[in-house]
Design a protein around this ligand. Structure first.
Ligand code: URA
Length: 192
């Protein structure tokens, strides 16, 4: 169990627990406010993230930033963004069960230090792992579920929205529902 970010980041940065370390250019630890009340969790780095060492910096990330801005959130100010796996799976394939298992402790430690009130799962990979193993994004997106003192919500993965723009309206509704929830349960995300 880590007590400070420095040692957590240091140990994570040299992680060789699974084979993804062999092909990574950069480990993508996370970005944002380490005291955030709201945390977003994606799947794993893609090409751009692996090159830059920051989550969601490609086209999907630009779309995510649009939704965030729309509800007054900013990756550098009042939220934290991380992924289920910290290193890019080759060819952008889904991370394997083994890779997810190897990496989950890093996310656990991040969550322990941040102590978010709300966690938003971006896409099915994180929702199936963090909310319920049979989570269906198309049916359960936008619903808040309390688990261990944290409110979880799953929504569409930005890359899935780029592939299927028909769901962009539903995603917007999820972000608006998130905004309302933040206003109810968070103290400093929207400074008054
Ligand atoms: N997709 C993800 O799930 N995470 C990223 O950081 C980038 C793309």
């Amino acid at each position: 169990m880590y007590k400070d970010w420095e040692s957590l980041k240091k140990d994570c940065s040299v992680c060789r627990k699974c084979g993804l370390c062999e092909t990574r250019n950069n480990l993508v630890f996370g970005v944002g406010n380490e005291k955030a009340e709201v945390m977003f969790v994606g799947e794993g780095p893609g090409y751009n993230e692996d090159m830059q060492g920051e989550p969601f910096v490609g086209r999907g990330g630009q779309l995510l930033d649009k939704y965030l801005t729309h509800i007054g959130l900013d990756r550098h100010k009042n939220i934290y963004i991380a992924n289920m796996v910290k290193c890019r799976p080759p060819e952008n394939r889904d991370p394997s069960e083994e890779e997810l298992n190897c990496c989950i402790d890093w996310l656990r430690e991040q969550t322990r230090l941040i102590r978010p009130k709300i966690m938003v799962c971006l896409g099915r990979i994180s929702a199936m792992r963090l909310i319920s193993k049979d989570f269906r994004v198309t049916q359960q997106h936008g619903q808040f579920i309390e688990k261990g003192g944290i409110l979880f919500m799953g929504t569409f993965h930005p890359a899935a929205l780029l592939r299927n723009p028909n769901n962009k309206g539903l995603a917007l509704e999820d972000f608006l529902a998130l905004q309302e929830k933040i206003k109810k349960v968070c103290d400093h995300t929207y400074e008054v």
